[in-house]
Design a protein around this ligand. Structure first.
Ligand code: NAP
Length: 345
């Protein structure tokens, strides 16, 4: 199937988000035109201002409710490819339906619109997550694209509104991604585009989206700030979590490569920069001299603590198809700290 190439136009949903604005920037720098969707005119203004040097190459359209049938019918017209990133990721959720509706309906809806009106569309990249791959394990485990996190779906089925917000989030990502693959299977004789799904772990790295205050920071970066910079108690227990991460700029690059590389069509790809233990980030932050954040005395954590890396991913497919050269922990840490210092956080 022919893939998307610079000069083409790409629709990016949720373009004002932490990850999506980096996707928009990477596309514009690579010579693409972008049509970004946002939920309100106001959210679009920042984007137009931020990307002013690119002029008419960036178009911003309002899609108020991505769950509504036909929400993307107009937005898909005339674009060559789609990157669907919009989906709720925060902990302010009680009813699973509040995540399931936009995550699942938003994903299926954009595919339906592409089937109906996306006559030029060649490739659709959906941003899923490793939340759709792994159910947090109790012993070190290496997951691959063959794994599906059905544990969170079952847990939310059982617990309903009593579910933990992150359990609801993980289940929403599993169900949304499954719905996308089901849609493609059901409509394989009718669609002229193919689907690629990217599964990133935690995304860290400097923000360029519109963040007016520290408390308004997106979920993953807020988490990193609280663990590495905030002056809150750091004990063996509070630091014991380990997971995997990728720099936001690498995930943005992965979206562009996923649009361009023929071999990415029809694939689910885990894009993992590496495993981490929270104490690693704290050690890295303290090791950078001179400090990129001199206004803070950074926490030291518990440097001598034993570090168990519970969550690992098979990188074979990503290396073969996308071949990202990932940012290191030190590079990402330096850039995040310098950004926080500049903002006075
Ligand atoms: P973010 O900054 O919160 O951006 C989320 C985007 O989705 C925003 O544009 C937001 O619009 C939109 N959105 C959220 N809820 C919505 C709803 N109910 N209806 C319509 N739009 C909605 O989050 P992010 O970290 O960039 O996440 C982007 C994507 O990456 C998501 O699909 C997420 O699951 C995935 N991901 C993130 C991470 C991570 O660690 N950050 C890791 C793996 C995968 P508003 O600004 O208007 O709310």
């Amino acid at each position: 199937m022919p893939t998307t190439q610079p000069g083409g136009k790409v629709l990016v949903s949720g373009a004002n988000g932490y990850l999506a604005i980096w996707v928009v920037q990477t596309l514009l720098e690579r010579g693409y035109s972008v049509r970004g969707t946002v939920r309100s005119e106001e959210k679009g203004r920042y984007l137009k201002e931020y990307f002013k040097p690119f002029g008419e190459k960036l178009e911003v359209v309002v899609v108020e409710d991505i769950s509504k049938p036909g929400a993307f019918d107009e937005a898909v017209k005339g674009v060559d490819a789609i990157a669907h990133t919009a989906s709720p990721f925060h902990s302010n959720v009680e009813d699973p339906r509040d995540f399931y509706q936009p995550a699942i309906r938003g994903t299926v809806g954009i595919l339906e619109s592409a089937l109906k009106n996306g006559t030029n569309v060649k490739r659709i990249v959906v941003t899923s997550s490793t939340a759709a791959v792994m159910d947090p394990p109790s012993k070190p485990t290496t997951f691959s694209e063959k794994d599906w996190n059905m544990g969170s779906v079952k847990a939310v089925e059982e617990k309903g509104k009593k579910s933990e917000p992150m359990e609801i989030y993980r289940a929403s990502k599993t169900l949304a991604e499954k719905s996308a693959w089901d849609f493609v299977e059901k409509n394989k004789d009718k669609i002229q585009w193919d689907l690629t799904v990217l599964n990133p772990p935690f995304i860290f790295g400097p923000p360029i989206h519109d963040v007016k205050s520290l408390s308004a920071l997106n979920t993953s970066l807020q988490y990193w700030y609280n663990m590495v910079v905030a002056d809150t108690p750091k004990t063996k227990e509070s630091l014991s979590g380990s997971s995997s991460w990728t720099d936001v700029r690498d995930i943005a690059e992965a979206h562009v490569r996923a649009l361009e590389k023929d071999a990415a069509g029809g694939e689910r790809i885990i894009v993992n920069g590496g495993s981490y233990h929270w104490q690693d980030w704290i050690d890295t932050a303290n090791s950078i001299q001179p400090s990129p954040i001199p206004s803070h005395k950074l926490p030291r954590g518990v440097p001598e603590m034993e570090r168990v890396y519970l969550i690992n991913y098979d990188k074979t497919k990503e290396e073969k198809i996308l071949g990202i050269k990932f940012f290191t922990q030190e590079e990402s840490t330096r850039d995040m700290l310098a950004d926080f210092e500049r903002r006075g956080w």
